[in-house]
Unconditional design. Structure first.
Length: 580
């Protein structure tokens, strides 16, 4: 449709007189503008009225732009989006929906199609809404920083706080945690992190700035450096909102807070600890709106899923989930509880913290100040006629002994432990002081897990690792290597990382008669591992290589999270067994 055709259509609709439109379009001020913008700038039609008419004329949806996903705003060059008044609105598989102010601009659509290699769908939005949304690509944090700096004093404050030999001087400033720019800045930090699906925010004092990093898909990335003069006010604001003592700077503190972003509420678990350049604050984001994952959606292989599902149906005994912090143990715990959450059973948990509310489950928040520890709560739970007990973490001998005794006396117990592998869990329990007979008679299975990043499907490409790495992996896994390896090249959709989202790696060690005999005898970790291998034990490395072969993740990512020393031990055990 040409300019004249659009003017005629507007005239026929009684919205713009054709003669008046010709006068405006002939004006040198408007001649180089798109006709749609010229009509609005020439005061012939309102912006909203024109957008509604264009949507109807071209049979498109008219939208009012709300908060847009930050990763979508990285798909196109800023200059293109601003000049053409176009913005990515929604992404579904290989189709990108763009919001446009001028549906006549097919040239820009061709450019976007060439840049993204995606199918395009259009919706219509007001030009002013699009340009307002485009302020977002800098990030809410960046805007808040700019606003803060614009209103901050031009002269640096030269006063310094007290110090001792172990603490660097931190400049004081004239800004306070109650100042509006500081409140907006902290809110922007949290809002950006939630929109980017970060799990943690690290606010870290450095020598010349206050660095902010977000942990996204398990990896920390720098997202901004704030002026040093805002350090005290920003950290105090976070501490104040989290119920901490803002006058205390020399002792570690823990706190909790909540944040609302739109209609979403998230819980924040906050930790502050003194460092050389000031207090470092870490905020753990617990986004309850994400919802619980199903057990079959965690990434377990069919073999692990079948064994674990069977173990979960046991009437009594203990199942332990192991791995480092951030390996997804809590997600697996909740998914497991959902499987056993039936009206015929009494489910009770003791957690620190309660991350999700489960309907029909009695959940107890650990509170050491009030005397509610894992051990004391467990004693109380056992007087509540429970069928299934979930203990957030086994941290000491007392908790371990009560949990194992509960598993022996007719209860099904789920818990977690920090170990590197399933066989290592047996030795860890022994070192804690748990009697071998308790472990052997009560333990049903140990599941070790890690989280690896998924390769971004938009920039996925074939690659070939170096021969040294391939030789090591082949020796450690004792399995045939995949024919093809993949990696992410890095694109706008994944923030140039090559990865988007995560999936779990799992290994399960179900207890057998042979393993129980080894535990009774106080066998070493190597001996327990050898026995497990003979019975078909499959390791985290094996599961990782299966996901590499399927193109879900990269070899580098698997080697990043699977302990190298464990892989080497596996190789030695298998080699010695083959010689024997």
């Amino acid at each position: 449709m040409e300019r004249v055709d659009l003017v005629k259509s507007l005239d026929e609709a009684g919205l713009v007189m054709e003669e008046a439109a010709r006068v405006v379009l002939a004006d040198p001020r408007f001649q180089r503008m798109p006709v749609t913008r010229a009509l609005v700038e020439g005061k012939l039609i309102g912006e909203g009225e024109l957008a509604n008419f264009l949507a109807s004329l071209f049979h498109l949806e008219y939208v009012v732009l709300d908060d847009l996903r930050p990763e979508l705003l990285q798909l196109l060059p800023r200059s293109l989006m601003q000049d053409a008044a176009v913005v990515p609105y929604r992404m579904e598989e290989d189709e990108l929906t763009i919001a446009v102010a001028d549906p006549l601009d097919v040239a820009t659509e061709d450019i976007i199609r060439g840049l993204t290699h995606l199918k395009l769908r259009r919706v219509v939005a007001r030009r002013s809404d699009i340009l307002r949304a485009l302020q977002g690509p800098k990030g809410g944090m960046s805007q808040a920083i700019e606003g803060f700096v614009a209103h901050s004093p031009q002269q640096e404050v030269e006063l310094f706080a007290g110090r001792d030999d172990t603490e660097a001087a931190v400049p004081t400033d004239e800004f306070h945690e109650h100042d509006a720019p500081i409140i907006d800045l902290v809110a922007a930090l949290i809002s950006d992190a939630i929109q980017l699906k970060a799990s943690d925010i690290h606010v870290e004092p450095q020598e010349g700035c206050l660095r902010v990093r977000y942990r996204i898909d398990g990896v920390l990335r720098v997202f901004g450096e704030l002026p040093k003069k805002v350090q005290n006010a920003v950290i105090s604001r976070i501490k104040l909102a989290s119920g901490m003592d803002i006058s205390e700077h020399r002792r570690p503190q823990d706190g909790r807070s909540q944040a609302r972003v739109g209609r979403r509420w998230v819980d924040l678990r906050v930790s502050a600890t003194p460092s050389y350049y000031g207090e470092k604050v870490v905020l753990r984001i617990l986004d309850k709106s994400v919802g619980l994952l199903r057990l079959d959606g965690l990434g377990m292989s069919d073999e692990v899923y079948q064994v674990y599902s069977r173990v979960l149906e046991s009437p009594q005994g203990m199942v332990l989930l192991t791995g480092p912090t951030g390996s997804g143990k809590t997600t697996t715990l909740y998914a497991s509880l959902n499987v056993r959450n039936r009206t015929a059973d009494n489910l009770v948990t003791v957690e620190d913290p309660i991350e999700y509310q489960l309907a029909g489950v009695t959940q107890i928040q650990m509170n050491p100040k009030a005397g509610v520890t894992f051990a004391s709560a467990l004693r109380s739970i056992l007087r509540q006629d429970p069928d299934i007990i979930m203990v957030g973490e086994i941290r000491d001998l007392e908790t371990a002994e009560i949990a194992f005794q509960a598993a022996q006396t007719g209860h099904f117990v789920l818990s977690t432990l920090h170990t590197n592998s399933s066989p290592a869990t047996i030795i860890r329990l022994s070192h804690m002081g748990v009697e071998p007979f308790l472990v052997a008679s009560s333990l049903l299975a140990v599941v070790a897990q890690r989280l690896v990043r998924r390769i971004c499907p938009a920039c996925k490409r074939e690659m070939r690792p170096d021969e040294g790495t391939l030789n090591f992996v082949e020796l450690a896994s004792q399995r045939e290597l995949p024919a093809t390896f993949w990696e992410g090249a890095g694109c706008e959709q994944c923030g140039k990382t090559g990865y988007r989202g995560r999936v779990g790696l799992y290994e399960i060690l179900p207890m057998t008669d042979s393993l129980r005999e080894e535990i009774y005898a106080g066998a070493s970790q190597d001996k327990i591992s050898q026995t497990a291998f003979k019975e078909g034990f499959s390791t985290l490395l094996h599961d990782g290589m299966a996901k590499v072969a399927a193109g879900e993740t990269s070899l580098a990512e698997v080697l990043r999270v699977v302990p190298i020393e464990s892989a080497g031990a596996i190789a030695r055990l298998l080699a010695s067994e083959s010689k024997a």
